[in-house]
Design a protein around this ligand. Structure first.
Ligand SMILES: [Zn+2]
Length: 277
């Protein structure tokens, strides 16, 4: 079954289920109106798994275009296995407002809720344990781009240490609205925040930009680590000057919308070929 058709069928099934449970009707209407967004969210999840940004953990979400106070993300499930029927809707306090009931939710959904509340410009969020970024979150060396594809990191990459605000936290996970709020504060206006000993949170104007940035942040961390290792004690030439300015003012140095779409297309095909999704 084609993905668009599957989305429509699933959305129809949701509609019937939610008509039975009248209190959830609003969520059903929002998804039925935009089955392509549901499909794109599923594709984003598969791409991020296939590209090694997400593993069995991590998640991606998208703001509801029909209601900016709501966002969509999967039920708690390995990202590579996510299907349209797993998609839930949440409000900006992290309460479920739509989608399948009685299923586990991601413990760290507060990352997404808090970022959407703090950043009206953000319409998609990726949280991952992206492996190559973690060494930059625990040491003194900042993550700066050495390659054009990572030039969005010229904006600076803040590092959130949960123990700065919550010294008694039992672990490093963002499991409450207050923790999410502190993360969003450290993120500020940046596209990416590292999370000490944990991973990162990446945001975008839309789903495709957030996916692009998440994949190229992982690559940037690898390239920067390799450059530093090769350089020894000598300085590394990071992306700087006009290349940074151009990216930060127009977003064009890393390809802009067209670049995001071009990468999305090939990554989606690869994910489908590798995993049959
Ligand atoms: Zn996490």
């Amino acid at each position: 079954m084609g993905s668009a058709l599957r989305g429509a069928v699933v959305a129809g099934m949701f509609g019937l289920a939610w008509l039975t449970f009248g209190g959830l009707l609003r969520g059903a209407v929002a998804q039925t109106e935009n089955p392509n967004l549901t499909d794109d969210l599923v594709t984003a999840s598969h791409i991020l798994f296939d590209q090694g940004v997400l593993d069995g953990f991590g998640h991606v979400s998208v703001r509801n275009p029909a209601n900016p106070e709501r966002f969509f993300m999967s039920r708690a499930r390995a990202p590579g296995l996510v299907e349209a029927s797993d998609i839930m809707e949440f409000d900006l306090d992290g309460n479920q407002t739509g989608g399948p009931r009685g299923q586990p939710v991601f413990l760290e959904l507060y990352i997404h809720a808090a970022v959407y509340r703090a950043r009206p410009d953000v319409n998609a969020v990726v949280h991952s344990h992206s492996p190559a970024v973690i060494p930059f979150s625990v040491g003194p060396t900042p993550l700066r781009p050495v390659s054009q594809t990572g030039s969005f990191l010229c904006a600076g990459v803040p590092n959130f240490d949960i123990l700065d605000s919550f010294p008694e936290a039992a672990n490093l996970l963002v499991t409450s609205g207050e923790k999410g709020k502190q993360l969003a504060k450290v993120l500020g206006e940046a596209p990416v925040a590292l999370m000490r000993g944990h991973g990162d949170t990446v945001v975008g104007d839309d789903l495709k930009q957030a996916v692009y940035r998440a994949v190229f942040t992982e690559l940037a961390a690898k390239l920067t680590a390799q450059s530093l290792a090769l350089a020894g004690n000598r300085p590394v030439k990071y992306i700087s000057g006009k290349a940074c300015e151009r990216e930060l003012t127009t977003g064009s140095a890393s390809g802009g919308k067209e670049g995001n779409q071009r990468n999305w297309d090939i990554w989606a095909r690869q994910a489908e070929e590798h995993h049959g999704n």
